[in-house]
Design a binder for this molecule. Structure first.
Ligand SMILES: [Zn+2]
Length: 165
């Protein structure tokens, strides 16, 4: 089964960010006109997420009209709208670029990660597009707690022992 990917309209930046954190491919542009948004949805087979009541969406474009103002409920609406449920793999995608991050060795990030981080963390990954480095502590407890609450009751589960316990 192909996992759904998304294209998110300009009004829904935080929703896009959370979908990326959850591991979804979610394209987002600060500024994009409706025609291009729809064209990209169609060509790249992405579900269009929008809050824009004025946008004319052709019937062959999959879309979800987002009802709530708050990102927490927006994420839940998207999750509940997806018919296929699968384990979510959070923290594997660059929040800024939507590109999958790759594990890198500790030596590779020497001088790039803050010294304290470098001396206390073992596992690092890096975005191949922007070079941003991620490590365990970049995923704060608060973020994990929000993830758990967002996913609760949607039929999805989050992979990783910190979520299943
Ligand atoms: Zn990046």
């Amino acid at each position: 089964m192909e996992k759904p990917s998304f294209i998110v309209d300009c009004m829904l930046g935080r929703l896009a960010r959370w979908l990326r954190i959850m591991g979804f491919d979610a394209e987002y542009f600060n500024d994009i006109d409706d025609d291009l948004l729809i064209e990209k949805a169609l060509c790249e087979n992405r579900i269009l997420l929008t809050r824009d009541t004025g946008i004319k969406i052709p019937p062959d474009v999959g879309s979800i009209f987002i009802k709530d103002d708050h990102w927490f409920y927006q994420v839940r609406q998207v999750l509940m709208s997806l018919p296929e449920k699968f384990p979510l793999k959070p923290f594997r995608r660059c929040i800024l670029c939507n590109v999958e991050t790759a594990p890198v060795s500790r030596e590779d990030v020497e001088g790039q990660a803050p010294p304290y981080v470098y001396s206390t963390q073992k596992n690092f990954s890096k975005c191949p597009a922007c070079g941003k480095i991620y490590w365990e502590a970049t995923h704060s407890e608060r973020m994990k707690e929000s993830l758990k609450l967002m996913v609760e009751g949607t039929g999805f589960e989050i992979e990783g022992e910190e979520f299943t316990g």
